[in-house]
Design a protein around this ligand. Sequence first.
Ligand code: GLU
Length: 224
Amino acid sequence: MCGIVGYVGKRQASNLLVEGLSKLEYRGYDSAGVAILNNGINVRKFKGRLNNLALSLKEKPVNGHIGIGHTRWATHGIPSNLNSHPHTNNDETISLVHNGIIENYSELTQWLKSEGYEFKSATDTEVIPNLIHYFYEGDLFAAVVKATEKLEGSYAIGAICGQEPDKLVAVRKDSPLIVGLGENETFIASDIPAVLSYTRDVYLLEDKEYVLVTRDGVKVLTAT
Ligand code: GLU
């Protein structure tokens, strides 16, 4: 168990992400982090209490209106700053939070290594942003669909991309994820309490439903 929160809107994402993650603390966690889009991807992540992240963001704020946040419950790789989420691909253009377990990460990692990708963490998760990068041809949504077709296991995922600074893409399989529809702002989260301060208009995603969130709104699409 862990927590995911994502935000697209007009307000500062970092405050809303930390606030949302605090509402998911009951799920248990060992580390917390955020990635925020602002002239590229800015990642801040720490082992330990959510407060470590909150204090860091207070001391040195990261501005931006689109972001993803995560509280981790380690399954692959010890709790550490490096293994904390979000994880990014090699050139740090794609950042991703993941809840669940990728059962075939070892084969996928070997394959991506043979394609020249390097891995920094001991997590099963790091394979996903690199896989998305492998399939990326200018469309984050299409690349997430192709990457998740290769995954076995359970996942709730939120992803952002520095080359498409107005988008957040999410999907789930055997791990919970909801969409919260506010006024000119959209949230994703592992559970409803994370968004209740902002909206009561909540959509519970089905397995393999993909969400594309932009400033113009939300599309929910099922992979065919
Ligand atoms: N399996 C991933 C990891 O160990 C995600 C764990 C989680 O759901 O928090 O980093």
